[in-house]
Design a protein around this ligand. Structure first.
Ligand code: C2E
Ligand code: CA
Ligand code: CA
Length: 559
């Protein structure tokens, strides 16, 4: 614990200062006391002489003794003043030392202890509770949506929210709890409980989370925040104990449990259990693998055909990323995209795979478009439009053939940012599709407000189209809405001919789905395109077309 050592060193040097000042203190006091003794000695002889001389009863007082007396008086005054000065100095030093210790131990924003002090105090609690036969509970608390609060309301408001949370947590915790802010929006607290403590801890956990959830009003805006909590407990019957208990272990366990609480839907608490650790290890391996995979080019584009439902013609492809992991084989984006988002790697991953897709798509027939999916996290990047333009320029790919799909749910995050981003993208000639439409509850107002080029009906409605009356009503309503707003509509997830037949009743609709084939790697797409004469520069007859299945778009054309 390097920082603890630092604190010790600091107090050592302070101690050195104290000894120095105490020595000087004693000398000054010694001088004053010696002067007083001498004063009593000389004063005893001189003062009667002085009195006698003043009353005319005797001769003049002895000059040497009188001077000695005056010197004594001067020394007493000097010694006493010096003593007072040193006392004041010591007082100041004590205060400075106290201040330095507070600074070293606490978080300046919230006044809670910091991470190192928490470990220190938890160690002490563990030692004390072992003697008393008690248990120690460690709770890790992480705010769920703090990044958005900071991004959209500014850091000042973020600080106010943190301060309010710290106060609320303090009130919900037992009096003897040690609360610390570990950094950012993460708090941890430790407190002792007796052997029947689990119910008590449950109550504290619930009360803490509820307290945090109460709206905070900052500068007139009401902000709501929630928190996830992980709990680890040492020393209770039935609790896992593999020896070697220390604060670090408890903190690690509470952290794992907190991560579990997040995964369970946030705004709640979880107790640490052993299997969670394996899960976390698996997750860490994935994170490592993703970071390495980006550098080593393991993320590759697959392509799903997009068809004009009326004519059955192939209009282009949607690029869907795949991870060719050396350990796990072909990994689905549903697994790696959320993790890449969490670890801040989504931008790099996306750019790498879009770069490859543009290289692939450049050789396709110029009438074919390329659509890519963009994570809501990327939309927050102020340089996003420039990054896309750079990729297009590098691949020499016409922006008019390029489409970006953004998912409906991200419209709620920040309309202003999405609007300005869409404006820059569209200025470059790039088209923007609203993906997964119907799942994100966007309003007609938002649709009118944002210049989308197309809306894509979510596959859950399309899949149920022929089976569920509700789904078919929703699909019809979206088609009508598109028509009303002059927005072309696409349908994803077309799996059967029946669904396709239903959809073909609507005008001007594009579609895609397993009915036309699964997403395929670049090479397969090239082979098929070449067979159809859609790969300029490659003659259809010379390709391995007979081995490749027919482009399913023909199926659409036929029926
Ligand atoms: P999405 O944008 O809704 O993509 C369509 C997903 O539906 C794809 O899953 C596709 O394989 C699947 N699909 C296509 N036809 C059918 C069908 O007929 N039935 C069913 N049940 N599913 C069908 P995939 O490839 O696993 O991608 C999942 C999601 O991952 C995508 O959903 C997209 O949101 C995301 N994603 C994929 N690539 C990227 C990427 O490069 N960046 C980002 N940010 N997200 C990506
Ligand atoms: Ca999509
Ligand atoms: Ca979709």
């Amino acid at each position: 614990m390097p920082i603890l050592v630092e604190t010790d060193r600091r107090s050592d040097s302070m101690r050195g200062l104290h000894i120095g000042s105490a020595e000087r203190d004693i000398i000054a006091l010694g001088i004053a006391i010696a002067a007083i003794i001498m004063f009593v000695g000389t004063g005893g002889t001189v003062l009667p002489q002085v009195v006698r001389s003043m009353t005319g009863a005797g001769g003049a007082a002895d000059t040497v003794l009188t001077n000695a007396l005056l010197l004594n008086i001067a020394l007493i005054i000097f010694g006493w003043r010096r003593y007072r000065q040193l006392c004041a100095e010591i007082e100041q030093r004590k205060e400075a030392e106290e201040r330095a210790r507070t600074l070293a131990e606490t978080d300046s924003l919230t006044g809670c202890f910091n991470r190192r002090t928490l470990s220190d105090k938890t160690e002490r609690l563990l030692a004390q509770s072992a003697q008393r036969g008690e248990a120690v509970v460690l709770m890790m608390i992480d705010l769920d949506n703090f990044k958005q609060i900071n991004d959209y309301n500014g850091h000042r408001t973020g600080d106010e929210v943190l301060l309010a949370c710290a106060r609320r947590i303090t009130t919900a915790l037992p009096q003897n709890a040690v609360l610390s802010r570990l950094g950012g929006d993460e708090f941890a607290c430790a407190f002792p409980v007796n052997a029947e403590g689990r119910d008590f801890v449950e109550r504290v956990a619930t009360a803490t989370i509820q307290a945090i959830c109460q709206p905070v009003v900052v500068n007139g805006s009401t902000i709501t925040v929630s928190a996830s909590m992980g709990i680890a407990q040492h020393g209770l019957p039935g609790a896992v104990d593999d020896g070697g208990w220390e604060a670090k272990t408890l903190l690690h366990m509470a952290d794992i449990a907190m991560y579990h609480a997040k995964k369970q839907g946030k705004n709640g608490h979880s107790w640490f259990e052993r299997p969670m650790e394996d899960e976390l290890r698996y997750r860490k391996d994935l994170e490592e693998g993703i970071r390495r995979g980006i550098v080593q080019g393991e993320f590759v584009p697959f392509y799903e055909q997009q068809i004009d439902l009326a004519t059955g013609e192939l209009t282009g492809f949607e690029m869907l990323a795949r991870w060719k992991s050396p350990d796990m084989g072909l990994v689905s984006p549903d697994v790696f995209i959320p993790i890449a988002e969490d670890i801040g790697a989504i931008g790099d991953l996306s750019e790498a795979v879009i770069g490859k897709a543009l290289e692939d798509a450049r050789s396709w027939d110029p009438k074919l478009t390329l659509a890519v999916n963009i994570s809501p996290i990327q939309l927050r990047d102020p340089w996003f439009a420039q990054k896309i333009l750079k990729l297009l320029v590098k691949a020499n790919f016409p922006p008019e053939r390029f489409e970006i799909e953004i998912t409906e749910s991200c419209l709620h995050e920040n309309m202003a940012a999405v609007r300005s981003l869409m404006a820059s993208l569209r200025n470059q000639g790039i088209r923007v599709t609203l993906d997964d439409f119907g799942t994100g509850y966007s309003s007609v107002g938002q649709l009118q407000d944002l210049p989308f080029d197309r809306i894509k009906i979510d596959r859950t409605f399309v899949a149920d189209l022929t089976m569920s009356k509700e789904a078919s009503t929703i699909v019809r309503a979206i088609a009508m809405l598109g028509k009303g707003l002059g927005l072309p509509v696409a349908a994803e997830g077309i799996e059967t001919a029946d669904v396709l037949d239903e959809l073909r009743r609507f005008e001007n609709m594009k579609g895609q789905g397993y009915f036309y084939g699964r997403p395929e790697p670049a090479e397969t797409v090239r082979t098929k395109l070449a067979a159809q004469g859609l790969l300029p520069g490659v003659a259809a007859a010379k390709t391995g077309a007979p081995e490749a299945p027919e482009m399913p778009s023909r199926l659409a054309g036929n029926g």
